[in-house]
Design a protein around this ligand. Structure first.
Ligand code: ZN
Ligand code: ZN
Length: 375
């Protein structure tokens, strides 16, 4: 099985040593077991180590370029677990001997970030694309995330010799006790950066403002979070970035109230129109619609306009727009109107209606009281 070491590192076949080194460093930061303990990632980490071991060594590289396999077909096995000799400078500079127990990596995954985005009902219904400004830590371009000033590099810590911890023998009543503690000079990293990058003060990242384009799918609601992978904070030491979450805030609509994917509104019609029937124009999210008020419509009745609500976020179709009707009784009547109404009431035999009472809260309350009193 011949592995394409160039492809593993993502470099061209004519890449310079410097480019190979840079590509390796970038990948190593991203895939280091301290950052990314996932077994698949560790497998990939071994791969890039093997690829780098071959391509960074002029002899091995030549052999490989001529079609041989300097790793003896054992790619993926060799190159890790002991033989760091060929690129110990790199390993020391970055992780010391971090493959086992030892110094901790300077590189850590960045944190997730969150930003709120306000949209209106129409945008929530049909989806939209928005430009947002985000302030996050991004990789420092001056030092490429390494934290060392250009032209310098991290050095193996001389106090702990790159181990990241120092041991101390103390005497106690139990005899001699050996204790280990993180190296105070390098804070356990195993390396020191003698000349920190002036741009990021050695952190490997800087804060910067970016503009991102976010696609908002149709059907989002208040509180919906859209995850943008890798757009969060870059980690310390130029570590891989966290994710960015965009939380949706929906501005209240002046006419429609949203409940789930249905919209509700109220239309007021005069008593005569409710009795005779009419059509009322309504500006919906899809444009003008005629709401059909049937003859004999009662106050409180609702008229659904199917498919004129908000798009379902998962699945097809849309909710409904529900128009609640409120019938208005005329407040003031002139003489002629009053006469006409009296005439109508007479015709309908409604001059002295007995009314139809229904049990309301009061009825329920007295029944409860009866129950308490054992009646
Ligand atoms: Zn820097
Ligand atoms: Zn140290």
């Amino acid at each position: 099985m011949a592995t394409d070491y160039y492809a593993v590192l993502g470099v061209q076949r004519d890449a310079s040593q410097d480019e190979i080194k840079k590509a390796f460093r970038r990948l190593a930061r991203e895939l280091h077991p301290d950052v990314n303990p996932d077994p698949k990632t560790q497998e990939r980490f071994k791969e890039i180590n093997t690829a780098y071991e071959v391509l960074s060594d002029p002899q091995k590289k030549q052999m490989y370029d001529l079609g041989g396999d300097p790793m003896g077909g054992a790619a993926g096995q060799a190159g890790f677990g002991g033989n760091f000799g060929n690129f110990s400078d790199i390993m020391d500079a970055f992780f010391g001997t971090a493959a086992q127990r030892g110094p901790k990596s300077r590189t850590r995954r960045g944190q997730d970030a969150m930003i709120r985005l306000e949209i209106d009902l129409k945008e929530a219904t049909f989806g939209t694309t928005k430009e947002i400004q985000v302030d996050t830590a991004t990789i420092c371009k001056t030092c490429d995330g390494e934290g060392a000033a250009p032209g310098t590099s991290a050095q193996t810590c001389d106090m702990c010799r790159g181990r990241g911890e120092v041991s101390q023998v103390t005497r106690s009543f139990l005899g001699q006790v050996m204790t280990s503690r993180p190296c105070p000079q390098c804070q356990g990293f195993g390396t020191v950066v003698p000349t920190p990058c002036p741009e990021c003060a050695g952190d490997g990242r800087v804060r910067s403002r970016r503009t991102l384009t976010v696609k908002i799918p149709a059907g989002v609601d208040n509180g919906t979070r859209i995850q943008l992978a890798g757009e969060g904070e870059v980690g310390p030491g130029g570590g891989p970035p966290g994710d960015l979450f965009v939380e949706i805030r929906e501005k209240p609509h002046e006419m429609f109230q949203r409940r789930g994917d249905d919209l509700h509104c109220t239309v007021t019609v005069p008593m005569t129109a409710a009795a005779l029937g009419t059509q009322v124009p309504l500006e919906t999210l899809d444009g003008m619609q005629e709401v059909d008020i049937r003859p004999g419509t009662q106050s409180g009745q609702s008229i659904p306009l199917h498919g004129h609500g908000v798009t379902h976020l998962r699945g097809n179709g849309r909710g409904d727009l529900i128009v609640h009707v409120e019938v208005q009784t005329p407040l003031k009547l002139d003489t002629e109107q009053e006469e006409l109404l009296r005439k109508l009431a007479e015709l309908r035999g409604e001059e002295r209606p007995s009314g139809q009472f229904q049990p309301g809260q009061q009825g329920l309350f007295s029944r409860l009281k009866d129950a308490f009193n054992g009646r």
